[in-house]
Design a protein around this ligand. Structure first.
Ligand code: IMP
Ligand code: MG
Length: 174
């Protein structure tokens, strides 16, 4: 039972299939190399681990927390770096894993910050993308699903910290 009414937008099977496809693509592109995944806390935890499990080249991981959202469903427009990486990314094949791109503010701020640290390459994986909502331009290298302008939860995404554990992407009716 959930407090809010939640309808399924993307079922677990479709997510599984998509992650597998993207993991295969990444494994082929980085054959013979190591991939360094940067998980953007907290929303990207589920997608990062699922992706990492399916990549067949060596994987290392690090975590970073940055946010432009308050507790509700509206962007505050304020971007803050709450937790930096533990390790250097210099010379590494970096893939930033983000749960969802909405206004684009978070990544528009973050990607240049990471580029300055001189990784060998810097790519962006965005599990979900709401292109209609974009106010800042962001270049996505690996995209799971483009979705309409709806507030979604599950698979790591929350509504006021709830519903991250749902195994599908759902629309919360608020
Ligand atoms: P942006 O900076 O506006 O692109 O915001 C991206 C962040 O907003 C994501 O990493 C999420 O944490 C949050 N966000 C945006 N849309 C949703 C949604 O539909 N559900 C849950 N979180 C969202
Ligand atoms: Mg996020």
């Amino acid at each position: 039972m959930t407090e809010h009414k939640i309808s399924v937008m993307i079922p677990e099977e479709d997510i599984d299939k998509k992650i597998r496809e993207l993991a295969n693509q990444i494994s082929e592109e980085f054959a013979g190399e190591t991939v360094h995944l940067i998980c953007i806390l907290k929303g990207s935890v589920f997608i990062t681990t699922e992706l990492a499990k399916r990549i067949t080249v060596p994987v290392t991981m690090d975590f970073m927390q940055i946010s432009s959202y308050g507790d509700g469903t509206k962007s505050s427009g304020i971007v803050k770096l709450a937790k930096d990486l533990d390790e250097t990314i210099e010379g590494k094949n970096v893939i930033v894993v983000e749960d969802i791109i909405d206004s684009g503010r978070t990544l528009h701020y973050l990607m240049p910050v990471l580029a300055q640290r001189q990784p060998k390459c810097l790519k962006l994986f965005a599990f979900l993308d709401k292109p209609e909502r974009r106010v800042k331009e962001v270049q996505v290298d690996y995209n799971g699903f483009q979705i309409p302008d709806e507030f979604v939860v599950g698979y790591g995404l929350d509504y006021a910290q709830k519903y991250r554990n749902l195994p599908y992407i759902g629309i919360v009716e608020v």
